[in-house]
Write a protein that binds this ligand. Structure first.
Ligand code: TXA
Ligand code: MG
Length: 318
């Protein structure tokens, strides 16, 4: 059985013992282990049923630790780290030789970030090693944004979820890699691309699998509910075409009535995309538990975090 607890020292003990703990971050919950413990890292892959070709993100508590992990920091990476850490930005940088291959799937780069969650920052300070932590969901399922989501997924396979409440951002980190020292966006996420570009100028986007062999985690099918999910431009028209179905609906701000809508999730009454992003996965988890025939989301405005939300919803429909 998994215990949900706020006891940081207990998490420290379990991690020092080469086991795994689910940890809160401001993006989503992660399934964490000592980056230098092969036993812990193997367990992360096993519990998630994650293929070994998909590398993990290393979590630090201070920028000083970066020297221990990476061999080169391009100037624009330094600018981004200064601007967004601690926060929802992951940088993919040339790794040092001491980083185990199982963390990086044999690549010569490693993904790193400093999460912005007080509980996990305190935990990291109490440990003598960084934590590798993928999102705490089985492979291809929706990421967890609270401790109960994690317990639901892993109740028989992990000892502890360190409880840090609801994740404030609710979408995974934005991932940036570098080619010839220039930033490339590998994954849309909790920091809007416009905010990144305000710091380093225009950046190239390579977030589709076929275009980004460098980001092996960006599989087209990802983040998927079990219920068949659709992302549409014209919600009314979709509802009229499926009158005999039990449908769960996701919208930004406008309420809607129709016979076939069994449940509607309004992500932000005021139309705030940051609030909507923070509620997206909880809404998907809830709708997926209602035994509906289908889930349909109205496409979000295609700027700021709306872009990241549309990206996740597109992957949920695959
Ligand atoms: O917000 C987040 O990033 C959360 C929290 C827990 O920090 N973590 C997370 O991890 O989303 P995960 O494992 O679900 O996604 C990590 C992504 C994958 O798409 C993986 O392929 C990519 O990061 N990645 C990791 N190392 C990489 C590398 N060296 N090069 C390119 N992509 C890498
Ligand atoms: Mg994930």
């Amino acid at each position: 059985m998994t215990i949900i607890s706020k006891n940081i020292n207990k998490a420290v003990d379990i991690l020092n013992n080469e086991d795994v703990v689910a940890i809160p971050t401001e993006t989503v919950y992660g399934l964490a282990g000592n980056i230098y413990s092969e036993k812990a890292i193997r367990k992360i892959f096993e519990v998630k049923q994650r293929p070994l070709f998909n590398p993990l993100i290393v979590h630090l508590h201070t920028i000083k630790q970066l020297e221990e992990i990476v061999s080169h920091v391009p100037p624009k990476a330094q600018m981004l780290a200064n601007a967004f850490w601690p926060g929802s930005l992951t940088l993919v940088l040339k790794k040092k030789a001491n980083i185990p291959d199982v963390i990086t799937a044999g690549k010569d780069t490693v993904a790193v970030r400093i999460p912005n969650h007080p509980v996990t920052l305190e935990l990291l300070k109490k440990l003598s090693f960084p934590l590798a932590a993928p999102s705490a969901n089985p492979f291809n399922r929706i990421s967890p944004t609270n401790a109960l989501h994690v317990e639901y997924y892993f109740k028989n396979s992990i000892q502890m979820v360190l409880d840090g409440g609801e994740c404030q951002n609710g979408l995974e980190s934005t991932i940036i890699g570098f080619e010839k020292n220039e930033p490339i966006l590998y994954r849309l996420g909790a920091i809007a691309i416009e905010d990144i570009e305000n710091v380093v100028g225009k950046i190239t986007v390579k977030n589709k699998e076929e275009k980004a062999p460098n980001a092996p985690g960006m599989l087209a099918k990802h983040y998927a509910p079990k219920t068949k999910t659709y992302l549409v431009d014209n919600l009314e028209e979709f509802l009229e075409r499926h009158t005999n179905k039990a449908i769960g609906v996701i919208v930004l701000s406008e309420n809607l009535n129709a016979e076939n809508i069994k449940h509607i999730e309004i992500l932000s009454r005021s139309g705030d995309l940051k609030e909507a992003a923070s509620k997206l996965y909880s809404a998907l988890h809830r709708l997926d538990g209602l035994n509906l025939n289908m889930i349909v989301a109205q496409r979000f405005p295609n700027f700021g975090l709306g872009k990241s939300i549309n990206d996740r919803l597109e992957r949920a429909t695959k």
